[in-house]
Write a protein that binds this ligand. Structure first.
Ligand SMILES: NC(=O)c1ccc[n+]([C@@H]2O[C@H](COP(=O)([O-])OP(=O)(O)OC[C@H]3O[C@@H](n4cnc5c(N)ncnc54)[C@H](OP(=O)(O)O)[C@@H]3O)[C@@H](O)[C@H]2O)c1
Length: 266
């Protein structure tokens, strides 16, 4: 356990909704040293049971109200279309803190649904949090949450909820990224490279490039593409051909559509 997390040893954490992203968050937290008591809703039972068997500080509870009654910080991680009905069945107290992972429901509405809860934050954990990496936008910023997650994520505090939706929209390109990497590997395999070598090459190449991007100052990121091209070389050719197709404008068009959807309540 680290100093960061030692201060939360007696802070009881509750999770309502134990799906894909809650599981990744719980695993990331505990593997990074958090040993606070963690109480999980039974659904999804296979996941919650497996987590309770894996970690000594995790227990499963059948009743959402009981999770809230026995927790200090409550994370809600059900689907957007389930969240309102779930929150309406729960009674919070002013000393509770509610942390919503649910996309598209704003703090003002959460305050009504969870009254008289004392504090509300929204955050966007991503699947890699399970491996102790990746960004974690938190709105509004919270030093306690920042410290709790400091060892498994790069916490980014965001004051403005509309800007928070910008981060949420950007997270909508994860699947596109994975498919892009796969398409490179698939093409290599089709040329005769064995599948293991092709997938290892594509995934490690993009991971290595991401490593450079993460350590590049913001005002230099735009120049990375041109910096790794050689005049008359392969990268220059691909970049130019894709630019001529308008290929690089497409992600921003999609992001605007995702943002608008979020702003309109999904
Ligand atoms: N996936 C991501 O990368 C990601 C990233 C950031 C934020 N989010 C947000 O996180 C939330 C969860 O996403 P997810 O991908 O983890 O979805 P998911 O895998 O479908 O998880 C939702 C979980 O909620 C459970 N549930 C439904 N009703 C419940 C109730 N009344 N009481 C307790 N549990 C209940 C479901 O159980 P059953 O299976 O039994 O129905 C399911 O296990 C969404 O709001 C999403 O916007 C997701």
């Amino acid at each position: 356990m680290t100093d960061n997390q030692d201060q939360f040893r007696n802070r009881r954490l509750g999770f309502i909704g134990v799906g894909a992203i809650a599981e990744a968050t719980i695993v990331g937290l505990i593997q990074s040293g958090c040993n606070s008591p963690v109480r999980l809703s039974r659904r999804n039972e296979q996941r919650s049971q497996a987590l309770a068997e894996r970690f000594a500080n995790v227990t499963v509870d059948s009743e959402n109200q009981s999770i809230v009654d026995h927790s200090d910080w409550i994370f809600i991680a059900v689907l957007p279309q389930q969240a309102r009905a779930v929150l309406r069945t729960i009674q919070f107290r002013p000393e509770h803190r509610l942390i919503s992972l649910v996309a598209g429901i704003e703090i003002a509405e959460l305050q009504t649904l969870a009254a008289p809860v004392g504090a509300i934050h929204r955050m966007i954990p991503l699947p890699p949090i399970e491996r102790g990496v990746g960004p974690l936008p938190v709105c509004p910023p919270c030093s306690d949450l920042g410290a709790l997650f400091a060892n498994c994520a790069n916490v980014i505090g965001i004051e403005n909820e509309s800007l928070f939706s910008v981060f949420s929209a950007a997270s909508g390109l994860m699947a596109t990224h994975h498919l892009f990497v796969w398409k490179v590997a698939e093409w290599m395999s089709a040329q005769g490279v064995n599948r293991e070598d092709a997938t290892a090459y594509a995934s490690h190449m993009f991971a290595a490039l991401a490593e450079i991007e993460c350590h590049t100052p913001a005002d230099e990121l735009a120049g990375l593409a041109d910096a790794c091209t050689t005049a008359g070389g392969l990268n220059e050719q691909a970049l130019q051909e894709l630019r001529e197709l308008g290929w690089f404008e497409e992600p921003q068009t999609r992001l605007t559509r995702l943002f608008n959807r979020l702003e309109n309540g999904l």
